[in-house]
Ligand binder design. Structure first.
Ligand code: UDP
Length: 371
């Protein structure tokens, strides 16, 4: 006889939200997690009094009021607005692509002048219907911005030329004809005060969680524990890669504590030229301005983020949603749909480049439909 209603594999945001809802619905839940900590890739930990985003910078943003309110039950958000800076050789630009960027790039001052410049470069490139990331980028912001701020960064990040990447990746970034450096278009944005890990701790309050437990180390045993299952790991691994291996992109982080108050004056500085091996430097303390209540922390923590080729055994960060991989995923998805008692969720479970808010929305929807 199984002792739990639900076995949840993975203690990331999807697993934690689903687990919380299941408990609320009166279900007995067990969460297992391969790593020695909860919270998946939103995990943050305190170093020198600063919340360090251990698996890359995470900024919570959404236009979904229900999701914002839901998260608000587990944390308070500060009023952080993400405004990354881009460095290309000795030049520096504001992101996302907005009037500040256009002025810095071309000296233009009005939206009309900026639009004319982009139109001219788009025409020169002869693009009518963009078929890949390169064409999409040039038609949105022109060739100069593509060459300096997109081409090298994207090629590093994804390990392949922009012509071989889907256009949707670059449509994540706003293009605006106002002087506004806010990286997101969403209504709500912030960083959880006290860190992301706390949110997941609160979601999982009163729920049995076993960290350091690899589902694949003893599948039959874990399966025997519960009637139903939620799986948030890699869907192709779940099916023993029977149709082939999906591709992912990985990351490597180099974190340093520096004996200085302020290293780069901004949370994110992107290094957009191909020759610099990291894509960005994160200075974590700037996520939490004001966190020290006026006391200046004499130290700072920075992280260099290096994109990396993923191979079996590495941490997967990004699904590569190109045609080839999406087609392969469809085969796994067809198997998943046949399952009566297993739900797949999260970036890895449904092989989609999802932001945190979308993951929360999906977990809530799946909980509603299944509990
Ligand atoms: N991107 C770029 N230059 C930049 C920042 C982003 O070309 O300075 C492109 C790149 O292709 C990247 C995509 O925009 O993969 C999405 O960027 P985002 O910041 O949303 O990525 P994430 O933070 O999820 O890695």
């Amino acid at each position: 006889m199984s002792g739990y209603d639900y076995l949840i594999v993975g203690a990331g945001i999807y697993g934690a939200v689903f687990a919380h809802e299941a408990k609320q619905a009166g279900k007995k839940v067990l969460v297992i997690e391969k790593r020695d900590h909860i919270a998946g890739n939103i995990y943050s930990e305190d170093i020198e009094g600063i919340q360090v985003h251990k698996y890359g910078p995470h900024i919570f943003h959404t236009s979904d009021k229900a999701v914002w309110d839901y998260m608000g039950r587990f944390t308070e958000f500060n009023r952080y607005t993400n405004c990354p800076i881009a460095r290309y050789k000795d030049e520096q630009y504001n992101l996302p692509f907005n009037m500040n960027t256009f002025h810095q790039m071309w000296g233009v001052r009005t939206p009309e002048e900026a639009k004319a410049k982009i139109e001219e470069q788009k025409k020169e490139a002869g693009i009518t219907e963009p078929k890949n990331l390169e064409e999409q980028a040039i038609s949105l912001v022109g060739r100069d911005i593509y060459e300096k701020l997109i081409k090298g960064y994207t090629q590093k990040q994804w390990g392949r030329p922009c012509r071989e990447l889907p256009a949707f990746i670059i449509r994540r970034l706003p293009v605006r004809f106002v002087y506004d450096n806010n990286y997101f278009n969403d209504t709500y944005q912030g960083i959880p005060i006290g860190g992301y890990t706390k949110i997941v701790e609160r979601l999982l309050e009163g729920i049995e969680v076993r960290t350091g437990c690899d589902y694949f180390a003893d599948r039959a045993y874990y399966d025997s524990l519960a009637d139903k299952k939620v799986f948030t790991g890699m869907v192709d691994e779940y099916y023993d890669h029977r149709y082939g291996t999906l591709e992912y992109r990985s990351l490597r982080f180099e974190t340093e504590v520096l004996d200085m108050e302020n290293y780069q004056g901004n949370t994110l500085v992107n290094y957009t030229e191909y020759e610099i091996p990291y894509t960005r430097i994160i200075e974590h303390k700037h996520f939490e301005f004001g966190a020290q209540n006026g006391n200046v922390n004499p130290k700072t923590v920075i992280t260099r983020e290096y994109p990396a080729t993923w191979k079996k055994g590495d941490e997967p960060y990004y699904p590569i949603n190109d045609e080839k991989n999406n087609a392969l995923y469809e085969k796994y998805s067809a198997l998943a749909k046949e399952e009566g008692n297993v739900l797949f969720g999260g970036r890895l479970g449904i092989y989609r480049y999802l932001d945190m808010d979308k993951v929360v929305a999906l977990a809530l929807k799946d909980a509603k439909e299944n509990l």
